[in-house]
Every structure is written in structure tokens, then in C-alpha cells.
Design a protein around this ligand. Structure first.
Ligand SMILES: [Zn+2]
Length: 365
């Protein structure tokens, strides 16, 4: 993945987009605007209810508390672990940056009601209009809240590889699962929205005097992983390339690419890094190596199993997982992660590929 030069003479992708200097892949279609209104009405209803009922109502959403990580940069921090009825889908982080020309939001949380709650939380910090939303990737816990932002007529940006996900069978399966497990906050009839504009490898813009740089670091956790740097604040929003303080969700991710990408990400050396899950870090090199070490460990153990022709169940049962078993999301995610990594390592072995990623994943310091 090469980072495009800032002098790349690409045309701005929309006349309305003053301040963008490069990086447009294509404009998205404005589909689904009608159905968003229904979603919004639902979200507004839920949010409206929370004022009176958030103490005990089963439909109330959590109160979001903005945490400041830079002069202009903030985030809200979801509960540890996976999305559930207990945390009401609030298990991920979202960020926002307040400029003199409006607010830029990074990710929108996991339900329309949480998206509305995020807007309410931003309103406690600033009266500036919300003008742009950037999605780090298309996983349900990071973008289902987008429906609430659509009523504000914001412009939504994401990395172009996400187009393939939006209408995929995987996306439909995930939506059905969320509608089942996170009712009433996620409804089967409301199709999750996509982005309006698609970014290629790199995009940069200046808004209200602040410089934003968006870099595609996928495929790692997802094909479309996008990181957002707020240059003036030295804050980096990393999406799910790094998980702080919990077992990551590997899913279909390419674990070898992901491992290599964690090293690239840590090399950015921001003052503060806000991961997609868990607390922000002021020392990413120290605090956020968990994801890298977890994936490296999983790959090493599963490679050993494949080398010795041990089947997955036997290999999994024989391993001592106590290094990871006390971390949040272990019960929900670990065995499936190990299985996915086993299959990947097996495929790599069949193709005769050497695993250079583990050797090259030492910390950047
Ligand atoms: Zn994710």
C-alpha cells in the first residue's frame, strides 16, 4: 500500500468539499435516504425516551461521556467485550474533532440510538454543526449509528474497499444477527447506510484550520481499514487495527497482513492513539501491543499445529491459553479467532508461503 504524494494533482471530489486536496476514489450514490428517515424517527424516539427512562427502561441507551484527548479532539468509550443486551450495543469507541468550521466525527457507534446519543454528547461540548463523518471500517459496532447522522445532512467518507461489503451476504448476515441480538435498538427493516464518498489510499483536508490525514492501512482487521490523524493535535484514531484491553475480533481478517500493519501503525508515533475499543493511549508503543502480541501468539501456536498435522480441536485443547483468558471478549471471540487463524495458516502452508510477518513485527522503538 503506497501513500499517495500530497502533491498528487487529483481533482477535489466535490465542489462542495472546500479544503479537501486529494484522495477521492468516487462519489457514492445517495441511495436509502428515504429509509434513513424511518430509522431516524426510531432513533429520535429512543433518545427522546432516555431522558425520562434511562435509569430503568430496557430501551434506554447509555449516557455517553466525551473524553478529551487533544485541544480539539475527543472520543467516547464503549464497554469492554462484545455488543450485548447488557451494554445495549455500546461496546465500541467513536471520536469527534471540533474545528471552527464544524465538527468531524470518526465512527458512529453500533445502533441508530447510540448514534443519536453521540450527537447529543457532541452537543454538550460544542454548538458547531456536524459536517463530516469518517468511517474507519464497516463493522456493525462502528457504523450502524450512522443513520442518526444522516438527518443532519452530513457528508460521509469511507475507504473504497468498503463498497464490496455493503451489499454482501456477510453484511446481511451481520445485520440479521444484530437485529436479533440488539432489538429494539437494531431493526431488521432498517438497512444500514453506506458512505457518500469513497477514499482510495490516502486523503487529506484542512477544515477550520485543522489538518486531517486519512490513510488506508487495510487489509488488516478489515479490507477497508482507514486511520484518521488530526495533525495539529497529534491524535490518531486507529479504528480496529488495534484493540485496547480486550481480545480482538479476527473474523475473516488476514492475520498475517494485520500483524504487519500493527507495526506500521505504531510507527506513526502519535501523542495519543484512540483505538476502536478500550481506553485511549498516551503511549501506544507500550499500551497497544496487545493486539499485535495476541495475533502473533495465535499464529505461532496454530502454525505449530499445522506443522505437526494436528487437527484444530486437538490443538486448541492442548494449548494453555491462560495468557489471554482473563481479557474481555475471550469467551466470545477467542476460539473462533484461533480457528480462523488455523485455517489461514493451513492455507499458507499449502501454498508454501514462509511467514515473514512474525519476524518483522518487532516494536518500532
Ligand atoms: Zn471491527
Amino acid at each position: 500500500m503506497t501513500r499517495r504524494s500530497r502533491d498528487d494533482p487529483r481533482k477535489p471530489f466535490s465542489p462542495r468539499e472546500k479544503g479537501w486536496d486529494e484522495g477521492l476514489a468516487s462519489e457514492g450514490s445517495p441511495r436509502l435516504r428515504g429509509s434513513w428517515i424511518a430509522v431516524l424517527l426510531f432513533a429520535a424516539l429512543i433518545l427522546g425516551c432516555t431522558h425520562d427512562t434511562r435509569r430503568d427502561s430496557p430501551t434506554a441507551v447509555p449516557v455517553l461521556k466525551p473524553i478529551r484527548v487533544g485541544p480539539h479532539s475527543w472520543y467516547v468509550e464503549g464497554a469492554p467485550g462484545v455488543a450485548s443486551q447488557v451494554n445495549r450495543g455500546y461496546n465500541s469507541n467513536a471520536g469527534f474533532v471540533v474545528t471552527d468550521a464544524g465538527v468531524v466525527v470518526i465512527d458512529t457507534l453500533g445502533t441508530p440510538a447510540l448514534g443519536a446519543a453521540l450527537i447529543a454528547a457532541i452537543r454538550t461540548v460544542t454548538a458547531q454543526p456536524i459536517v463530516r463523518v469518517i468511517l474507519t471500517h464497516f463493522h456493525a459496532d462502528h457504523f450502524y449509528g450512522l443513520a442518526a447522522f444522516k438527518a443532519l445532512d452530513v457528508e460521509v467518507y469511507a475507504q473504497v474497499a468498503g463498497i464490496r461489503y455493503i451489499d454482501s451476504p456477510e453484511a446481511r448476515r451481520r445485520h440479521a444477527q444484530r437485529a436479533r441480538d440488539l432489538a429494539p435498538w437494531v431493526q431488521a427493516r432498517d438497512r444500514p447506510p453506506g458512505a457518500d464518498y469513497w477514499i482510495d489510499d490516502y486523503a487529506g483536508f484542512t477544515l477550520g484550520g485543522l489538518r486531517f490525514e486519512l490513510t488506508h492501512l487495510g487489509p488488516a482487521h478489515s479490507p477497508e481499514d482507514l486511520i484518521v490523524q488530526v495533525i495539529d493535535d497529534q491524535v490518531l484514531y486507529s479504528g480496529d487495527i488495534l484493540f485496547a484491553g480486550r481480545i480482538p475480533f479476527v473474523g475473516e481478517a488476514d492475520s498475517r497482513e494485520w500483524l504487519a500493519t500493527t507495526a506500521r501503525l505504531l510507527a506513526f508515533q502519535p501523542r495519543v492513539m484512540v483505538a476502536g475499543h478500550g481506553p485511549a493511549s498516551r503511549d501506544p508503543g507500550r499500551d497497544l501491543v496487545l493486539t499485535r502480541d495476541y495475533i502473533a501468539d495465535l499464529r505461532a501456536r496454530m502454525a505449530r499445529a499445522v506443522d505437526t498435522l494436528t487437527d484444530f480441536d486437538a490443538a486448541y485443547a492442548a494449548e494453555d491459553w491462560s495468557r489471554w483468558s482473563r481479557l474481555p471478549a475471550f469467551e466470545d471471540a477467542h476460539r473462533a479467532n484461533a480457528y480462523n487463524v488455523y485455517l489461514q495458516v493451513e492455507q499458507e502452508a499449502l501454498r508454501g508461503e514462509a511467514d515473514a510477518a512474525i519476524e518483522s513485527s518487532d516494536p518500532p522503538d
